[in-house]
Design a protein around this ligand. Structure first.
Ligand code: FE
Ligand code: ZN
Length: 209
């Protein structure tokens, strides 16, 4: 690798790593979709897979803006996160809710890594007054943040509750309320009742009395 002698060279190196990271994800996300059980989680991952293909294209456009051919350089960070996720996804779980909770954890680690990487790259592009690249990458950054928020919502509203209900000991909710009443609040108050399992509905009825 040539010496990194300017912010522009550094930016190009960051684009090469992002290009590798995003391409890696287009192969990794399908494995998460395949192993996920919760419908909302599956559809969030499917949607983000489509966005990720667009993210690859935007990095290619960023290379265009610099009159360079797109080139990938192994992103060791993303490679590690994907390896870690692959292991967790195929681990032995007693309950599908637990696997889904692990999948969300793996996906959110990826999103946070991307948010950090795009944030830095955008800051450097802005310093170099490369407005076209800033605009392209900001579009992607917004989608990464939205994907992360959606995963948090799915975890809080459905998946972590399903995972917790597989525990033998009832776990107190962080607020100190019982899970039963919290679950009732989640299902009735937030309108996700259609996604609740039969046992969830039983709990809602009980907690509604
Ligand atoms: Fe991405
Ligand atoms: Zn992403």
């Amino acid at each position: 690798m040539p010496a990194i002698d300017s912010l522009r060279t550094l930016l190009v190196e960051q684009l090469k790593a992002l290009y590798d990271a995003e391409k890696r994800l287009t192969k990794a996300i399908p494995k998460l979709i395949k192993n996920a059980t919760n419908d909302e989680l599956k559809s969030a991952l499917r949607e983000h897979l489509e966005q990720t293909e667009e993210h690859v294209a935007r990095v290619e456009h960023a290379f265009d803006e610099l009159d360079l051919k797109p080139k990938a350089k192994t992103c060791a960070g993303m490679k590690g996160l994907v390896e870690e996720g692959d292991e967790q996804v195929v681990a032995d779980y007693d309950d599908d809710g637990l696997r889904d909770a692990a999948i969300i954890g793996a996906a959110q680690r990826v999103e946070h890594y991307e948010i950090a990487a795009y944030g830095t790259t955008i800051a450097h592009a802005r310093l170099l007054e490369l407005d076209g690249i800033v605009a392209l990458l900001e579009e992607t950054l917004d989608e990464e943040k939205a994907a992360d928020r959606r995963l948090t919502e799915i975890a809080e509203n459905v998946v972590n509750l399903e995972a917790a209900s597989s525990d033998e000991e009832p776990m107190p909710a962080p607020s100190g309320r019982q899970y039963g009443s919290r679950r009732g609040l989640v299902i009735v108050g937030r309108g996700v009742g259609t996604r609740a399992s039969a046992s969830d509905r039983g709990r809602v009825r009980r907690s509604g009395r």
